[in-house]
Design a protein around this ligand. Sequence first.
Ligand SMILES: [Zn+2]
Length: 322
Amino acid sequence: MSIFKPTRRDLLTMAAAMPALTLPAMGRAQLGPPHQINPAHFSFTLGQAKMTVVSDGYLGLGTDGLGVNADPAEVQAFLASQFLSTSQNYSHTNHLVIELGEAKVLVDVGSGNRFLDTAGRLMANLDAAGIDADSITHVVITHAHPDHIWGVRDDFDEAILPDAAYSMGAVERDFWMQDGLVNQVAPEMQQFVLGAVNSINVDGADWQLLTNDQEVAPGIRVIDTPGHTPGHLAIVVESDGQQLIALGDSMTHAYTNFAHPEWYNNFDMDGDVTVATRKRLLDMAAADRMAVLGYHFPFPGVGHVAREGDAYRFVPALWQFD
Ligand SMILES: [Zn+2]
């Protein structure tokens, strides 16, 4: 029996052949953009409720806004470990339409055409999902950031769904409408303030102002989830004992927010309060086995929360075809 004893020359020859077989430790196979348009709606049921997630498009953000209270190198290493881009945070915009009883409730109204070109597709995507926008009875706003409320204004500065009842948090409205806010915020936030004020002042929206635990329609209520903005609300849907929380932006990332709940992001106005709210929501959803919907999670952003030691993991819902 002969034993193969490689010479130095053999080893060099093998090494030269290796790169084709070995991926670099931090690399990933790149999946490119679609070659045909993907659907932008997803439906499921929760007890008696018919639920449809409809996208407004996406926001291409930098990853430097993630985990701003952590070591940037640690954040980058974490993103790479999850096969995520270390430069671009491709952030989805998952709106929820809840049909329960007589109500057809839309959660947030999207960016409209005054924010980023990659968003503002909600009305077209509702149509593609077979949902007549004029049949929506209620619009609930989680908070007054551009991607959630600017779409309320049509091209004529009138409410885009004139027959719907509009509601948002009383604390949220009071924050954005306080006198002189635009002069108190950082220059890059001034457009956010002006846009929020113009959206809240839109013709044709007579805002109902909500407080913690208030019902929007039977089986659909809001809960205070402050931090990302002062008056941020999440929406809890309950039917036949099944519960789902539409998180809004109380959680904005399906990886960092679960594995590192203590990290907050650049758009979280009060980082410490954001983290406290997030830990409360994660604990509640995991313990009570509630479903969650993350507005900025990978589409459709519906799933559950698994506890893993001191951290958590987002478990996406099964995509069912019929
Ligand atoms: Zn947002």
